[in-house]
Design a protein around this ligand. Sequence first.
Ligand code: 8NA
Ligand code: MG
Ligand code: MG
Length: 345
Amino acid sequence: GGPASLCRFRGALVGAVLGDCIGGEFEGTEEVPLDRVLQHLEGLEDETRGDCILQYSDDTAMTRCVAHSLLTRAGFDEQDMARRFAKEYNLAPGRGYGAGVIQVLKKLASPQLSDVFQPARAQFGGRGSFGNGGAMRAAPFALAFRERVDIQRYARLGAMLTHSCSLGYNGAILQALAVHLSLQGALALPQDFLNTLITEMEELEKDESTRSDARVLNESEFPFCARLHRVKELMERNKVSIEEVISELGNGIAALHSVPTAIFCVLHCLEPREGLPEKYGGLERTLAYSLALGGDTDTIACMAGAIAGAHYGIEAIPQAWQRCCEGSEEADMLAQRLHSMYHRA
Ligand code: 8NA
Ligand code: MG
Ligand code: MG
């Protein structure tokens, strides 16, 4: 499909759900052998297994809230989005939320709360969370807004409802921008795609709060830019091992240790790779590779799935895989509604 086509929108949200549901199997496992990943994926083709056997986690639960809120309010409304997060948590608290964010979600349920950003600011002694929980739900911002300034502004605010540390919300902005560029077809030129992301993040990371957060947390200056430069270096190597990817980029629950990793997974799997079945297309390769990194597999695969899905489109996502994943039909419907909103604006 062309730039911002319907099949790209559908691919983005369905790709995210699949990453979450399929990646849940290995979440928190440090070493995941590739044959175990391939076995798990092979099992999805088994007709006798029935529909929706893989449940989604916090990643999809919160992404749904973001999409529903943007659609219902025809734009960003922090009160509405906060209420939806709180209500969703209250209805299904067992979806694998991070230990810290649960406290925020409980406070957001209080009708007395006037400043919905306050509970997030109180986290971790006032530093705020740097987890990837803002980034894992950032894709709908790229489907709701056309302009990069709007995507940045609202992806930041949407993340700040739970993640007030710049290393948390800047990860959400990076993820939303990656989905945005992919929807436009920018992955046809991978180097340019990466350079654009670096330029955008350089601008954002000049900010004083980013500089002080990076200092306090002992990270280098321009932390996301530095990681994106490492992505570039890894892409230039002939051969890259899983161990190198993990040590250079990370596979953890911090946004800094997972958003650039997800971007790398997509870029690395644009071409066939040794060890991955020849019958696999790019989207299947991306999800398989994300799982093989271990660590926060559901969230890394969810973010990589959104970016890759926006590139390859819904037709590239195996129907058997979609049928196995709870929430894939709803994600498809939400993508279609966001596509209408995007093209009406
Ligand atoms: P979060 O905001 O609770 O952050 C996740 C964790 O990161 C916290 O519980 C802390 O341990 C740590 N953390 C974040 N910010 C700071 C800080 N400023 N100082 C010290 N420690 C900090 O939750 P989230 O929404 O960001 O979730 C992130 C990930 O955790 C998601 O992948 C989600 O699925 C979840 N999760 C992961 C696992 C796993 O095994 N990898 C298991 C359950 C849940
Ligand atoms: Mg999860
Ligand atoms: Mg996770």
